[in-house]
Design a protein around this ligand. Sequence first.
Ligand SMILES: O=C(O)C(=O)C[C@H](O)[C@H](O)CO
Length: 294
Amino acid sequence: MRIVSIGECMVELSGAGADLWRSSFAGDTFNTAWYARAKLPSAMVDYVTCVGSDPISDRMVQFMSSAGIGTEHINRHPTRSVGLYMIELQNGERSFSYWRDQSAARCLADDLDAIERAIQGADYVYLSGITLAILPREKLGDLLSVLSGSNMVFDPNLRPRLWENGDVMRADVMRAAAQATVVLPSFEDEQTHFNDQTPFDTAQRYADAGATEIMVKNGGGDMVVCVNGACETIAVGAPIEPVDTTGAGDSFNGAYLAARLAGQEPHSAARAAHETAARVIQHRGALMDMGNLN
Ligand SMILES: O=C(O)C(=O)C[C@H](O)[C@H](O)CO
């Protein structure tokens, strides 16, 4: 069993009280790799990105590999370094400040042969709208053609600030989704940026684009799953007061893919994934200690 996740990991600063900041490493696709690995230690989980050749990049790669995540396919840029983001919290709801315009990860699609080698034999190839947003626009088609034929899992993870404008974001997200087998959107984002009225609308739009398995996450509300055109609601329990919602969707995705790889049906995989995400939002920062997750 093997999952390959493609995207950007950054230095993460999260509040540790007063003016103290705790530094870690995180980034949506890396977070998903982390939770997939935590929930299914028997699976190989590889991360594909580009980092720098400086000490902080070395520390990031070391952090990944000591978590059991494969780093052999990570490229090194000779002059750029890794990006950084800071979590701002208001009543547990997060927003981010980014310093990533010149990050090495923006060059992750420079070596497409390396990506082609990395995805060989993968059960799932995972990427997000953030992976697409950080690429030079002309690289998007190249990356998607290398990934065609793989079992692609896509989380639109809409971050308008990372895109040139909303129309480009919507067009590129739908282009990637059209190539994915599994799409894992979050209703609140999709409602805001695609004007969907209900989670069913979101699921239908991705089904019309060609995805056969769509799991619409919905914060504390009921989720919708559609498999081969058959859609149903998945009720979740009472909403939980979050400490920090960073990584909620990513942890859901990681736990969901782990459960699907372990043979669970979408419905029960979604319940397990929701439980994982509910624990993650009661903790600060994107990544929860793997030892506390099972
Ligand atoms: O916003 C991003 O690009 C990040 O990757 C930072 C966070 O870890 C991620 O958004 C959490 O989902």
